[in-house]
Design a protein around this ligand. Sequence first.
Ligand SMILES: [Zn+2]
Length: 229
Amino acid sequence: MTNPILIPAYDPLSPFRTLTDKHETSASPVPTGQTSPTSSTPTPTTTTTPSALPDFRELLALMMMSMTMQSQGGEESGFSMSSMMAPIMMTLMEQLMSQEVTPEETSTPTAQPTPNGLPVEGRFTQDFHPGHNGVDIAIVTGTPIQSTMDGTVIHAGWNNQGYGNLVIVENEGYRTYYAHLSEIPVEMGQTIRAGDTIGLSGNTGNSTGPHLHYEVRYNGQPLDPAEFY
Ligand SMILES: [Zn+2]
């Protein structure tokens, strides 16, 4: 069912020209107002590149020095020369890499779609293990508990399976559980940002002392919260 006659029948130039013409006319619409925000902001040229140059020259000079020193010594010059150069090259690579990475980190958005960090600072009294689907953090009753991710509140209230006052925040496959709370200031269906207070810690449900029980689940499967902080 191939028709190779169709393709060579076209003049490759004419459709290309009409396409670009169409594009140009449609791309230049009515000029909006007198302010052009795109042209007023000059794109800052990368200041990292010039600063990297002197470093590179310094390291080159160091390399040259070590090479001449080695050749004067005269013994096994090839072998020891490369061992001298290796750490210098490593330093150079590290410097170049760190300079490239830094601007990307500053532009990272605040969105937190997966669990990250801890809901509260405190003393760990129980780790994640078979039979215990989360971690326990001992804190005085009334301590604000922060969501570790963006998401939606899918449970906010009493749970009679031992969690006591429980808040569950969901985002895609992830669910984070905050249990034994004394107060719940959020509601079902509420949109939550990472860092928002979703409850005050307490000692409700199956709890022998004031603490937070914190769980991370993915598609219903409990994960070790330690993987996320
Ligand atoms: Zn627990």
